[in-house]
Design a protein around this ligand. Structure first.
Ligand code: SF4
Length: 288
C-alpha cells in the first residue's frame, strides 16, 4: 500500500476495516485482509461502523415528477339537431332509453319512485312539450301529464288543433320528487341527458318549455317564466317557446289568457318554418 497522504490512509484504512468487519476479504498484493497484521488496524482512525454507514444520508429522493393538471373535460359543442344523422329506428332507440331509465339509480329520486315516467306521444312529432317531473298520478300510472294538469294540457293542445297523440311529452326528471317538491339541481343534472336523447330521437321542430325547470334545463337560465314568455329561444337550433306549467294555470285560472298567447306564438313559429307539416285549423278559443 502506498502512503500518499494521511487523509487517504485514514479513509482507506477505515474502509478496509469496515469490509473486514463485514467479513469481506480481498487480496492486496499477496495477502488477504485477514492476514494483515493487527498492528495495522490500531491506527488512529475511527473505523467505519455499520451504524455510521446507516447514518450516511440516503441519496436525495428524485424530485416529484411534474404532474400536469388533468384538463377538465369540456363537453363538445352540442350539434344542432338538424345536423344529426338520421335516426334509423326511433322506437328501438326510445325503448333503449326506457330500459336505462327503468334501472337508473343516478339520483336519490330512485328511492321514492313507484315507477319511472319516460315520455309519451309521437316519436316524429313536430312539437315536443317538456315539463318538470312526474306528480302522484304520473308516478302511479307511468305516463306524464295524466292528472288534472295533464287534462288542461290536453285542452291547450286541442286549442291549437293537435292532441297528445300528435306531440311528444316528457319531463326533465323521470322520477317523482317526493311531495311534489321541485327537482333539485343535482337531480336535474343526473337526469337531463335522458331528455336530450329523447329530443334527439324525436327531433321536434319546436319545443314548448312548461315552467321554470324546463326553461332551466333547456336554456340554462334560472329566470322567472314571465320574463321568458313571448320570446323565441333556441335549444340546439330548435325554437323554444316558454310558458307556465299547466299546474300554474290551474291555480291561477285568470292567467289562461297567457297560455293562449303563448300557444299562438307556437303556431306562428311553426308556420314560419316552411317545412312544418300541415296541421288542423286551430280552434280560436282559449283553453279552459
Ligand atoms: S330522476 Fe332520472 S337520474 Fe334520478 S333516478 Fe330517476 S331516472 Fe335516474
Amino acid at each position: 500500500m502506498n502512503h500518499h497522504s494521511p487523509e487517504l490512509d485514514h479513509d482507506l484504512a477505515a474502509l478496509l476495516l469496515y469490509w473486514r468487519t463485514c467479513g469481506i476479504d480481498l487480496s492486496s498484493g499477496s495477502r488477504c485482509l485477514n492476514e494483515w497484521p493487527e498492528s495495522y488496524w490500531r491506527g488512529d482512525f475511527r473505523p467505519v461502523s455499520i451504524t455510521s454507514v446507516a447514518a450516511i444520508p440516503a441519496p436525495a429522493a428524485p424530485p416529484d415528477p411534474i404532474v400536469l393538471p388533468v384538463p377538465v373535460a369540456v363537453p363538445p359543442p352540442a350539434i344542432p339537431l338538424a345536423q344529426l344523422p338520421a335516426c334509423t329506428d326511433p322506437v328501438a332507440q326510445m325503448n333503449q332509453i326506457a330500459e336505462e331509465v327503468r334501472h337508473c339509480h343516478a339520483c336519490q329520486l330512485a328511492h321514492t319512485r313507484t315507477q319511472t315516467v319516460l315520455g309519451v306521444g309521437d316519436l316524429q312529432a313536430s312539437i315536443a312539450l317538456v315539463g318538470e317531473g312526474p306528480g302522484a298520478d304520473e308516478d302511479r300510472q307511468g305516463e306524464p301529464f295524466v292528472g288534472a294538469a295533464g287534462q288542461l294540457l290536453n285542452k291547450m293542445l286541442a286549442a291549437i288543433g293537435t292532441s297528445r297523440q300528435q306531440v311528444y311529452i316528457a319531463n326533465v326528471v323521470k322520477c317523482r320528487p317526493p311531495g311534489n317538491r321541485n327537482p333539485l339541481p343535482e337531480e336535474m343534472a343526473a337526469c337531463q341527458n335522458y331528455l336530450f336523447r329523447q329530443l334527439e330521437i324525436v327531433r321536434p321542430r319546436l319545443i314548448v318549455a312548461l315552467g321554470r325547470f324546463a326553461i332551466l334545463c333547456l336554456l340554462g337560465r334560472d329566470q322567472p317564466v314571465g320574463s321568458m314568455r313571448g320570446k323565441r329561444e333556441s335549444w340546439r337550433g330548435v325554437p323554444v317557446i316558454a310558458t307556465y306549467h299547466p299546474a300554474f294555470y290551474l291555480r291561477q285560472p285568470s292567467r289562461k289568457r297567457d297560455a293562449w298567447a303563448d300557444l299562438l306564438l307556437v303556431l306562428e313559429t311553426l308556420e314560419q318554418h316552411s317545412d312544418a307539416p300541415e296541421r288542423q285549423t286551430p280552434e280560436q278559443t282559449e283553453p279552459r
